[in-house]
Design a protein around this ligand. Structure first.
Ligand SMILES: [Mg+2]
Length: 441
């Protein structure tokens, strides 16, 4: 065993560990384990009943075990006696193929066979709302174009500072915090890293923001579209592939600074975008954000068509700088592990099949989409996205047919549950079901 958590606990004065995992719906689940028991848990894992979570298991299945990854340890900055650990799920002596962190690690292995690693950064937008979720928390935050509003940002200084200080303590390299395009909406950015590290941090970030907001008497939500008339919560990712030292996406001879490999990778993402939406926009509420009408601020800032561009935010993929691209499809309900895993699987397909992404578009896609009737559109609702996923041979091959079928089964159950009492209609108000089931995503 590489690192002894027992020894680390002694050195860092950690009294308890949260042994955590994320299920297929992105729900963060944990056991709180005293240091005295961590040695045994590190070896054999913490036991869970899989059926009690969003994994496709039955009550008759044997225990599954969450084996913590000591490299993922985060000593919680505002509660230093607790150490947070991401873990991998095992059952009957084998990794659980349909568990998100295992799914991501499987894709990372495929990349490593080509001596490649994916580095990524995520931009997690969130709203600060009243605890009863009826409105944004700051009643003075009413500007029609509130993006970068200094006063609204500084009215939340105490909370933002505590989150940013935490990231500084953890060495994540946070570098900016701002008020985003919707009233009550914020974004905080930290450095990109290897995609597994980013996925673990993304998971912890959501927990941290929600937990600290509560401490400050507020409620934070990453729900894709908590208010019909305001910009939704995106979760854009910046992506590059690296060899041992070099960024393989970088080519300074290209007009946007991207290599052939990058264009093929990007082409694979474009080609599979409709199916990837099932992972990247996984909730019923997600489809109020994409294909959305302009919001109070003037733009939805989310894509409708499947297109790419240079430094132009109206397209699904933007190339802001040489050597990377930004995928703008994902929203705040995206599972942090499936987000990264979906990008790798489709990008690798693009490289293997030398997929041509076609010419980039320079237009304002929000106003000029009618001029491009041949472009594929993103799914209009979750059911549509699931259908695309169920027809997608590549993703079934990449993750295993059983894994995709499990995901489809659980998501279809969710839609059936919704349809019992509700009808999804973007022109109508957000339903109580969406609020109940998505506010804490
Ligand atoms: Mg943003």
């Amino acid at each position: 065993m590489s690192k002894s958590l027992e020894k680390i606990a002694k050195a860092k004065k950690i009294k308890y560990f949260l042994i955590s995992f994320v299920d297929l719906f992105g729900v963060l689940r944990s056991k709180l384990v005293p240091t005295q028991a961590i040695g045994e848990m590190q070896k054999n894992g913490a036991g869970f009943a899989g059926f009690a979570t969003w994994l496709d298991m039955t009550p008759a299945d044997s225990d599954m075990f969450a084996i913590p990854d000591p490299d993922s340890l985060i000593q919680i900055p505002w509660n230093k006696e607790v150490g947070w650990l991401a873990s991998d799920l095992w059952m009957n002596g084998k990794p659980v193929k349909a568990s998100p962190r295992v799914m991501l690690k499987d894709q990372i292995k495929k990349l490593s066979k080509r001596n490649l690693v994916m580095k990524s950064g995520v931009e997690c937008e969130y709203f600060l709302i009243s605890p009863d979720a009826t409105d944004i928390a700051d009643t003075r935050d009413i500007q029609p174009k509130p993006c970068y509003d200094q006063s609204a940002l500084m009215r939340r200084y105490d909370l933002i500072k505590e989150i940013c200080d935490s990231m500084l303590t953890l060495g994540w390299g946070p570098y900016q915090n701002d008020h985003e395009d919707a009233n009550g909406q914020f974004e905080m950015n930290w450095n990109y890293d290897n995609c597994l590290i980013t996925a673990d941090r993304h998971t912890f970030f959501k927990f941290m923001v929600k937990n600290l907001a509560e401490k400050h008497g507020l409620r934070a939500t990453f729900m894709p579209k908590p208010f019909e008339n305001l910009t939704g919560n995106g979760c854009h990712a910046h992506v590059s592939l690296w060899g041992s030292k070099n960024n393989k996406f970088l080519d300074n001879g290209d007009r946007f600074g991207l290599s052939k490999m990058a264009y093929h990778f990007l082409g694979g993402v474009l080609k599979n975008a409709e199916s990837l939406a099932a992972f990247f926009n996984p909730t019923i509420n997600s489809y109020r954000r994409i294909n959305a009408p302009p919001t109070k601020s003037g733009a939805s800032w989310s894509p409708s068509s499947i297109s790419y561009s240079g430094n132009n935010r109206t397209h699904m993929i933007r190339i802001p700088d040489p050597g990377r691209f930004e995928l703008r499809l994902m929203d705040g309900s995206a599972n942090p592990y499936l987000l990264q895993a979906g990008i790798i699987a489709s990008g690798l397909y693009g490289i293997e099949n030398k997929v041509d992404p076609g010419q980039p578009l320079q237009c304002n896609m929000y106003t000029d989409y009618k001029n491009y009737p041949d472009l594929n559109k993103l799914p209009d609702d979750l059911e549509d996205a699931l259908e695309k996923l169920s027809d997608n041979k590549l993703l079934k091959e990449a993750f295993g047919e059983d894994v995709i079928n499990s995901y489809l089964k659980l998501k279809k159950q969710e839609i059936d549950e919704f349809n019992k009492d509700e009808v999804f209609d973007k022109r109508k108000d957000i339903t109580e079901w969406e609020r109940k089931n998505t506010l804490d995503c």
